[in-house]
Design a protein around this ligand. Structure first.
Ligand SMILES: [Fe+2]
Ligand SMILES: [Fe+2]
Length: 145
């Protein structure tokens, strides 16, 4: 897998979310480097953990906005995020098992999945947010419940 380089077509036009997506993909690149370049096991473990934490932070940011703005497709979008999070847990487990091949293919899968998610679901969300005057909205945090 090549090192991912951000392209403008991945921009959804909401600056705060675009910045998070760029950082998110930096984490994907870090994971791939850790997995493929035989970093020490604890380094790979820490890299995957950081990626997991950042993913959750980013997803919750979007989910809070969906909730606050009454996004009609919130439930389906949250399901997508939950699926991704379950795949990161699989990545952690593959690392624990020491399955390098599985790790590599999972990271590639996660990257492709995430890019498709941006292009389809996050772009839809962005169009909705813009119609609701975001980013001028308040940012009171909610949760998934
Ligand atoms: Fe996103
Ligand atoms: Fe999303």
């Amino acid at each position: 897998m090549d090192h991912f380089v951000w392209k403008d077509n991945f921009s959804i036009g909401v600056e705060e979310i675009d910045d998070q997506h760029k950082l998110f993909l930096d984490y994907v690149n870090e994971c791939y480097n850790a997995v493929c370049r035989d970093h020490e096991s604890r380094v790979t473990e820490a890299t995957i953990y950081d990626f997991k934490v950042y993913s959750a932070t980013h997803f919750l940011f979007e989910e809070d906005l969906m909730k606050e703005k009454g996004y009609p497709e919130r439930e389906n979008h949250v399901k997508q995020h939950l699926f991704f999070e379950s795949q990161i847990v699989d990545l952690e487990n593959a690392h624990l098992r020491g399955s390098k091949r599985t790790l590599e293919s999972l990271v590639v899968f996660l990257r492709e999945w995430f890019l498709n998610h941006i292009l389809e679901h996050d772009k839809k969300l962005a169009a909705f947010l813009k119609s609701r005057n975001f980013p001028h909205a308040s940012k009171n945090a909610g949760n998934r419940s």
